[in-house]
Design a protein around this ligand. Structure first.
Ligand SMILES: Nc1ncnc2c1ncn2[C@@H]1O[C@H](COP(=O)(O)OP(=O)(O)OP(=O)(O)O)[C@@H](O)[C@H]1O
Ligand SMILES: [Mg+2]
Length: 314
């Protein structure tokens, strides 16, 4: 079942179309990553989904509720971490009180609130700071608190705008593990904006790439990555005569780019299965001694850069 269904969702700010007829489906229990450059429309999409903004056209359904017709129900079943989440905390209230207030607002039974708060604050390493005013926390700790707040009422769907952008590497890893376990164990659905491509590659089972309000590419992370396998990068190290190896590589019709690095060649080979051994044989037969001929795994970063530059056929 699709937990989030986005249908022709559009947002215009005067002449600017920030979100342009996007169509996306997010299955229950999946972790969906929305990637794109600055100003692409990622945060606007999240603001639309969490009903902070009204669409100019189109709509979306979350957990079966339409964001235009049933915004209250949508808010009940979603947890949101907006881009400016640091500013949406009550700075004079303590860390604990922020969560307590929010828990009451969301109708969590009074008896359960302290237990849930303690569990989350402990997990996020904030328990020692529970009595400090939220306004006195560091940026990263405020981001941790905002994440606790998004999770507190155990929503079915989480809309997180760059949830780990201010976190140190250890905290970011913990959050990634938490997201993975919640999706798996409780089938909570995550829709995450991020600039951290390595992070998205690790946790998101599906991604979409957005630019200028339009979805350029979307699908399962693994399948999209395999699109890149049509041409592949290789690192070639030789004992000496890097120049000779470079000119041999450049002479091959299937080598689309060959560059010399400090002590290696970086070569892109079209249809690498077969062609890579042709290049290898050619180097060996002309007396080049190869130390390493290594394939580089296609990363989400390659895909992202290709799509943003318009290189991948969609
Ligand atoms: N309230 C607003 N009024 C006018 N224009 C807006 C408003 N909110 C966003 N925009 C514009 O909409 C476009 C998309 O902005 P958005 O914040 O969604 O981008 P983003 O993908 O989240 O970027 P970033 O990676 O920098 O966070 C931008 O051109 C932005 O200037
Ligand atoms: Mg943004």
């Amino acid at each position: 079942m699709d937990e989030v269904i986005i249908k022709g969702l559009t947002k215009r700010f005067d002449d600017l179309t920030a979100v342009d007829h996007i169509e996306l489906n997010v299955p229950e229990g999946s972790i969906y990553g929305l990637l794109g450059p600055n100003g692409a429309g990622k945060s606007t999409s999240i603001r639309l989904l969490c009903t902070l903004l009204t669409p100019s056209e189109g709509t979306a359904c979350i957990g079966g509720f339409d964001i235009i017709e049933s915004p209250v129900s949508v808010r009940e079943i979603t947890g949101v971490m907006p881009e400016e989440s640091n500013h949406t905390l009550y700075s004079t209230m303590s860390t604990y009180e922020n969560l307590e207030y929010f828990g009451k607002l969301y109708g969590i039974p009074d008896a359960e609130i302290p237990e849930r708060i303690e569990e989350l604050l402990n997990f996020m390493g904030l328990w020692e700071r529970k009595d400090d005013p939220a306004g006195e926390l560091s940026t990263g700790n405020r981001q941790r608190l905002a994440l606790c707040r998004a999770l507190l009422h155990r929503p079915k769907v989480l809309l997180l705008d760059e949830p780990t952008s201010a976190l140190d590497p250890i905290a970011a890893k913990k959050v990634r593990e938490l997201i993975l376990s919640l999706a798996k164990k409780y089938r909570q659905t995550f829709f995450i904006n991020s600039h951290n491509l390595a992070e998205v590659q690790r946790i998101c089972d599906r991604i979409a790439i957005i630019d200028k309000g339009r979805i350029l590419l979307s699908g399962k992370t693994k399948e999209l990555q395999s699109k890149l396998q049509a041409s592949q990068n290789f690192t070639i190290r030789v004992t000496d005569d890097l120049e000779k190896a470079l000119s041999i590589a450049k002479s091959m019709s299937f080598v689309t780019s060959a560059e010399k690095e400090v002590d290696s060649l970086q070569v892109t080979i079209e249809d690498p299965i077969g062609n890579n051994s042709t290049l290898m044989q050619s180097l060996l037969s002309q007396g080049v001694r190869i130390i390493e001929f290594a394939e580089e795994a296609a990363t989400l970063e390659d895909l992202y850069l290709d799509v943003i530059k318009g290189g991948v056929n969609q």
